[in-house]
Design a protein around this ligand. Structure first.
Ligand code: 5GP
Length: 191
């Protein structure tokens, strides 16, 4: 998606060979025009996949997932980070290492908002090693639902998460695929 790639070049900040900051338009500051355009791209790609629910993980995927769900006319559910006082039997829970925070958190989804007949479109802002996507997929599978696609804003193609999802047979659309962040430079993968 040219609009997103241009924005990454103009406003993204390479923090290391592994990490890109997009805090001014996606992760902290949010550009609604760009986000809405991303939602349209994902909806167009997955419109015929019979999606019944969009799924993301709090918090940075929520805006894009909302835009996508609104375009598709289906509900959105976002996995929450577990807090105390959650009643075990009412939730699916998976342990997920956080790429940026370097800690492990439990993500949880209430059984009230994920059903066995759901066809899930997973949306996230970044995919790196694929731990977040793997945790989401495990919860979807445990609920009996099916993950019919994944829409990722920024895939760091030099890390293995995108390949993992494709190897599971899940169709993946990444709007920007980054081949390398080495030397402080963003290099996009060839289309
Ligand atoms: P994964 O679980 O695929 O290793 O990492 C995905 C999650 O980590 C994303 O939901 C995103 O929040 C965060 N993340 C991974 N890489 C980056 C990055 O380069 N920049 C930012 N801002 N977040 C990232």
């Amino acid at each position: 998606m040219e609009l997103l790639k241009r924005r990454i070049i103009e406003d993204g900040r390479v923090l290391s060979d592994q990490v890109l900051s997009v805090n001014t338009f996606l992760n902290h500051g949010v550009d609604p025009v760009l986000i809405a355009a991303m939602g349209r791209e994902f909806a167009e790609r997955f419109r015929d996949a019979g999606v019944t629910r969009v799924l993301t993980i709090e918090s940075s995927g929520i805006a894009i997932a909302f835009a996508t769900a609104a375009e598709l006319g289906v509900p959105l559910v976002y996995a929450r980070r577990r807090k105390a006082l959650m009643n075990e039997g009412e939730y699916y829970s998976e342990r997920v290492p956080s790429f940026t925070k370097g800690i492990v958190t439990d993500i949880v989804i209430s059984k009230e908002v994920l059903k066995a007949n759901d066809r899930i479109l997973f949306i996230d802002d970044f995919i790196a090693n694929g731990d977040a996507a793997r945790g989401a997929l495990r919860i979807v599978e445990r609920s009996g639902a099916t993950m019919v696609g994944a829409g990722i804003a920024i895939e760091k193609a030099f890390q293995s998460g995108g390949s993992f999802l494709r190897e599971q047979g899940i169709p993946v659309l990444s709007l920007a695929r980054i081949a390398s962040l080495e030397g402080g430079q963003v290099r996009f993968a060839e289309e």
